[in-house]
Design a protein around this ligand. Structure first.
Ligand code: AMP
Length: 458
């Protein structure tokens, strides 16, 4: 399949050729013809699938080839793309600018955390295309600096994330100001929970559905590894992993902004260049950090889930979950940045006892093996109990019971001794762990169906 066969105009085809886009991705070949025909679309696609061009190309084609309605000399935006974060808004804008190189489509990006001035100027000058985060767009609507009554195409990008972030009321307020008739709506989302379906029912007209990645699948080229550790040693373990080879580009995920800042200080104190991106950083600082990371000037980027959303870095070799995400879907989003296009990727998680529950949820969802491996010198003082079925008193009796089906359960329940129990730990410190690991692998392979998949613990 070629882009020509999708019905795109020569202006777009020329730009795509210059970008070396030779073949449409699956979401593009499914979504573009339907969108060009004017259908509303419910599209299931994650970052990395080429979704931006899937909605961007038909949108640009529409703007570039249909006449503009200029009302009383003032240009009103004709297309609106809503995104959950400013990073994603900027990235979408950049992509669309590339695609529309041979079309003249004035556009602006609207997001919070920066001054209103330049956005007001752009709106005053008049734009056809707006890429906006809901909060700041509402501010503009309240100030009447933007008029959405001329919107012909609406895109909700990463709709699930916008809803997760609590934007539903804002989105509804925005939607209420858009013309209902003759409006095309394209909704892109990695997941389709009930709230998304409700939103679609309420605001879309007979949407066609396209889906490219079954929910929660991850590239098979990613290896998943868990390093059990005590909370008090986590930072050192992270440093140990980073310092082992500082050339490996690594995206580190922390749960909180404050936690990320503390980590950065710690990593930098050890002489490793790193930067953080999260909601408390200024826009300039975030853009700079991302640029430095992409250019390889720094090899460690520490991010929160929300700030990292939409970061587009090809071929990232390693993602480290310093903290596990609260919801398993975020694990998939996080590691979606590695193992792309058939390249190898590593997803490493540092897991404490308090996070065992989160790991169980993640491994249940993943369709891949998760290897659990101690790092010599960082073994937890007490072995981690991975499943509810392994209360500590049972384990300390020294006769472990085989319970559960997954790697996680296999690792703890089938271990011959509580290897890291306080008293016995010294014996093993720095000792060979490779043999334990292999045993665990064999156990897993020899187990029942569920045991091939790490962590099917119940
Ligand atoms: P997205 O999922 O839109 O964030 O796109 C992920 C990456 O794939 C971006 O770097 C795009 O520039 C790139 N990309 C999208 N579509 C194609 C294509 N058809 N051929 C090559 N690269 C593409």
């Amino acid at each position: 399949m070629s882009f020509e066969s999708l019905g795109l105009s020569p202006f777009l085809l020329r730009a795509l050729a210059e970008l070396d886009y030779t073949t449409p991705t699956p979401i593009q070949s499914q979504a573009i013809p339907l969108a060009l025909e004017g259908h509303d679309l419910l599209a299931g696609a994650q970052t990395g699938t080429g979704k931006t061009a899937a909605f961007g190309l038909p949108l640009l084609q529409h703007l570039g080839t249909s006449p503009q309605v200029v009302d009383g000399g003032r240009r009103k935006p004709r297309a609106l793309i809503l995104t959950p974060t400013r990073e994603l808004a900027l990235q979408v804008h950049e992509s669309l600018r590339d695609y529309s190189k041979y079309l003249r489509i004035p556009s602006a990006t609207i997001y919070g955390g920066v001054g209103m001035g330049p956005q007001l100027d752009a709106l005053r000058r008049g734009v056809d295309l707006l890429i906006a985060c809901p909060g700041r767009l509402l501010d503009h609507m309240e100030r009447r600096s933007v008029d959405l009554s001329g919107i012909e195409i609406l895109v909700l990008d990463e709709a699930d994330r916008m809803l997760d972030m609590g934007f539903l009321p804002s989105i509804k307020r925005i939607l209420a100001k858009l013309p209902e008739r003759n409006r095309q709506t394209l909704l892109f989302s990695a997941t389709f929970e009930e709230s998304i379906k409700q939103l679609a029912l309420e605001f879309m007209h007979a949407p066609r559905q396209v889906q490219v990645t079954p929910r929660n699948t991850v590239a098979e080229t990613i290896s998943h590894r868990v390093h059990p550790v005590d909370d008090s040693r986590k930072r050192e373990l992270l440093l140990h992993l980073l310092a082992a080879d500082t050339r490996i580009q690594t995206l580190v995920f922390g749960r909180t902004k404050h936690g990320c800042d503390k980590l950065i200080k710690f990593i930098e104190c050890a002489g490793i260049k790193a930067a953080a991106i999260h909601g408390n950083k200024s826009q300039g600082a975030r853009v700079r950090a991302l640029k430095d990371f992409k250019a390889g000037r720094i090899n460690v980027l520490v991010a929160t889930d929300i700030a990292a959303r939409g970061i587009d870095i090809d071929q990232l070799p390693r993602v480290i979950n310093y903290d596990l995400p609260m919801v398993p879907e975020d694990y998939v989003h996080r590691i979606g940045r590695t193992g792309r296009n058939g390249s190898q990727g590593e997803a490493i998680s540092l897991v404490t006892q308090d996070e065992a529950r989160l790991l169980r949820a993640i491994t249940r969802m993943l369709d891949q093996d998760v290897e659990i491996r101690d790092i010599a010198g960082f073994e937890p003082q007490k072995p981690i109990r991975w499943g509810n079925s392994n209360p500590p008193d049972e384990r300390s009796g020294g006769t472990p019971r085989k319970r559960g089906r997954g790697a996680a359960a296999g690792r703890s329940a089938a271990a011959p001794q509580p290897r890291h129990a306080h008293a016995g730990a010294k014996k093993h410190e720095g000792g060979p762990r490779e043999s334990d690991r292999k045993q665990m692998g064999r156990r897993r392979r020899g187990g029942d169906n569920g045991s091939r998949r790490g962590g099917r613990t119940d």
